[in-house]
Ligand binder design. Sequence first.
Ligand code: RB5
Length: 149
Amino acid sequence: MKNKNIIIAADHAGYYLKKKIIDFLEKEGYGIKDMGTYSPDAVDYPDFGHRLAAEVANGDYYAGISICGTGNGMNMTANKHQGIRSALCWNEEIGRLAKAHNDANICALPARFITDTEAMLIVKTFLKTDFEGGRHKRRIEKIPITKKQ
Ligand code: RB5
């Protein structure tokens, strides 16, 4: 396995799944930085989504994993950051394509809509998949807003 450092964050809806994913990825040999939340008490997902995205955008991590109830709030928040391509991944194949075609650097998970087993499969596949480049590189390079538009 490549040496890949991962950073993870969740709101209260993703708190328990985050703990399970950390255990799973540590067993798989990944280094994990846990950005919270650190209890099941209610929090506001943008506070955690912004912190996670800022760290991933800095380039110190191979990828980020975000978790909230639907995945949408964390995903929307992260995608406001320059250089972030956060993908809402609700099954294994979406997780694979998020990396292979979109070179996503954050995998956003909907804790209330997937099982723990599904979550582990999504994360494992997302992290082991390589970006295919080629035509997909041209396409992701068109995602940022530029003056040409
Ligand atoms: C929290 O109840 C819930 O709204 C949040 O986890 C997320 O689903 C928002 O997008």
